[in-house]
Design a protein around this ligand. Sequence first.
Ligand SMILES: [Ca+2]
Length: 242
Amino acid sequence: MTLPECIANTAEIQVTAVVNVAEEDVHNIAPDGTAFAPSTALASGKQASFVNDGIFDDQAEGAGGKGVFGMKKLDQIPEDDRYVQITWDTPKDVESLILWSYFAKDQGPKNFDVLVTKDGDAWEKVANSGDITWKSNAADREQEQKEIVFDAVQEGITGVRIYVNSSYSTWSTNAVITELQIFGRNSAEEKVNVNFTEPVNGKISAATDSGEIVAGQTVAVGTTVTFTFTPDEGYHVEPRAD
Ligand SMILES: [Ca+2]
C-alpha cells in the first residue's frame, strides 16, 4: 500500500494488547465429521450422512424424503456391518451423545453399543444402551431420544461408532436414526490459539476457510489462517526492519 507523498506516515503501527486463551465449549460435533455405514447395512434409499445432516424428519420442509437413516433388517446384514459411524480429521474429547429416532417403537434401535477409535482402525466398546423401551409410535411424528453419557470423557478420539445389536422390526427399515448428536470439543493438545493484537492506527482481521476468527480463538492444528492488515486513513503498512 502506498500513500501520496504529501501525506506523512505520522505514527508507527504498535502492538498493544495481550490475548488470553479461549476455551472451546462442548457442543454437537457430529456435523463436523464424516458419516459412514457399510453399503450392506443401508436400507433402500438411505445414506450414512442422514445421521448428521441436521434433518430430523424426512417429511420436513425441504427434506425431500431424505435425512432419516435406517438399516435393513439386521439378519440381512453381515454381522460385522451392522453399524454407522462418524469420524473426524482431528482428535476430539467426547462426553456424551444422543441418538434420535421416530416411530421408534416399531423401527428404532433396541440395543446398541458405542465404540470409539483413536486411530481410525482399532475400535473399542465404551458403552451399551441397554434394552430401550421407546414410548410409543407417536402419530405426530414425535422425536424420541436415547442419551449415552460416558463414564469418563473419551479423550483424543477420532471416531464414534454405533453398533446395532438389535432393532424393533415392524417394517422393512430397521435401526432408524433420525439424527445422531455427539457432544464434545477439539482435544486440547491438538488445538492452537491464534493470538494477535490490534494496532493503534488500523485493524487486523484473521480468517480460516470457515470464516473470520477473533483473537484468542482456538483452531485445529493444520488450519491455515490468513491475516489482513488494514491501516486507518492516513497510515500505511510497512515491513518491519528486523
Ligand atoms: Ca438426519
